[in-house]
Design a protein around this ligand. Structure first.
Ligand SMILES: [Zn+2]
Length: 138
């Protein structure tokens, strides 16, 4: 879909804790949080470290490289905005930085999917001010 079409899917509502993540996507950067206290990487964006409970955080640009951990193929549109995308593959990937993320996986055939498949993050501007990540093999 081009950015000029009407975007009729649910859209994220950035919070003060997640705003750097969304701003990074608009610059085609996948930003991950790293705890300034214990060094633990985390994703999705959250205000507090789940390990040491520190609220001190820094943002690290991910390599965008990872490997498929799991996936599901969606055949039913749970929101009408996704009807035209069907069927689509939602993958959970282990990023090289040691965290997991979920995104649509595109550009691969079902029969080629496997655990450990190398993937990289790509970016799609879906509407003004909103860029979303997706995954492609590679
Ligand atoms: Zn910590």
């Amino acid at each position: 879909m081009s950015a000029t079409e009407t975007y009729n899917k649910l859209v994220p509502e950035p919070t003060p804790h997640s705003a750097p993540y969304w701003e990074g996507l608009n610059e085609h950067k996948l930003l991950l949080q790293r705890c300034r206290s214990c060094g633990r990487m985390r994703h999705y964006p959250q205000p507090m470290c789940p390990v040491c409970h520190s609220m001190e955080v820094e943002w690290i640009e991910s390599s965008g490289r990872g490997a498929v951990h799991s996936w599901t193929v969606t055949h039913h549109p749970f929101h009408p905005g996704f009807r035209d995308d069907l069927p689509y593959t939602l993958a959970t990937v282990d990023l090289a930085e040691g965290v997991r993320m979920n995104a649509q996986l595109r550009g691969t055939r079902l029969e080629d999917l496997r655990i450990g498949l190398p993937v990289r993050v790509a970016f799609e501007t879906v509407k003004e001010g909103l860029t979303l990540p997706y995954l492609v093999p590679g």
